[in-house]
Design a protein around this ligand. Structure first.
Ligand code: ATP
Length: 235
């Protein structure tokens, strides 16, 4: 579904993503893990078209190279993204935030139906549809950000450290959600600091270090390899 070849990107003169190749197959959960500053966030942002200085080949769902396409076109192709900083609208209710997820999609006419459907997958949000988003806990806001990204029914969703700073019970719910989404046929590319949890749910994972991929394997294989986890993933 997603193929990335020799991806490179820069912030001004800083060379961050240094020639990454990766792929995510339809229906897979794939993780990118690595220590702070390895370039994980920048990799996702580059795939999403949010880092202007970049080169390489990114194809998605049978497309030609989309490396020069604007972010909104990638979104319309069905590439969803939940950035680390969440970007929900704090002063709006949960329901209004979910509606925003549909604004630029052709599903807008089915708004109420879709919001009800999402509420089933997110019981915590179902109870809070009319609550102002900023009055919810950080974890609940993160759930909202994920639900909003799912509202437009993306073909693949990229999540940047969704479990960061969230209370353990919600982290559990979140990883259970990823497994359920996979069972429903969704495709997920996950960046996580919570390495063990990420590897447990991942079909495959890439370890990123200083802007390059140093290892690729199955989630189970990397989960068993404590040495490599200590070498490349210690925070
Ligand atoms: P973390 O887990 O800490 O978020 P990461 O693996 O996601 O780390 P990135 O956030 O991609 O890493 O950062 C990679 C490098 O790029 C770091 O050296 C960081 O300082 C630098 N960087 C990130 N964002 C910017 C920016 N907007 N402008 C300049 N440099 C940046």
């Amino acid at each position: 579904m997603l193929n990335v070849e020799n991806l490179e990107s820069w912030y001004d003169r800083s060379y961050i993503v240094q020639g990454i190749s990766l792929r995510v197959g339809k229906g897979e959960i794939v993780s990118i893990i690595g220590r702070n500053g390895a370039g994980k966030t920048t990799t996702l942002r580059t795939i999403m078209g949010l880092v202007p200085k970049c080169k390489g080949v990114v194809t998605f769902d049978g497309s030609d190279n989309i490396i020069d396409e604007p972010t909104h076109t990638r979104f319309q192709r069905g590439l969803g993204f939940v950035p680390e900083e969440r970007r929900i609208v704090p002063a709006l209710t949960v329901r209004e935030n979910l509606r925003l997820g549909l604004v630029s999609s052709d599903l807008k006419s089915k708004e109420d139906e879709i919001i009800e459907e999402i509420a089933v997958s997110f019981p915590r949000l179902k109870e809070r549809l009319d609550q102002i988003a900023e009055t919810m806990s950080g974890g609940e806001q993160q759930m909202l950000a994920i639900a909003r990204a799912l509202a437009s029914d993306p073909k693949m969703i990229m999540l940047d450290e969704p479990s960061e700073g969230i209370m353990p019970v919600l982290v559990d719910e979140m990883f259970e959600l990823f497994v359920r989404l996979k069972e429903q046929g969704k495709t997920i590319l996950l960046v996580e600091q919570n390495v063990e949890r990420a590897l447990e749910v991942s079909d495959r994972a890439y370890i990123l270090d200083q802007g390059i991929i140093v290892r690729e394997s199955t989630g189970a294989d990397l989960l068993a390899d404590k040495e490599i986890q200590e070498k490349y993933c210690a925070v």
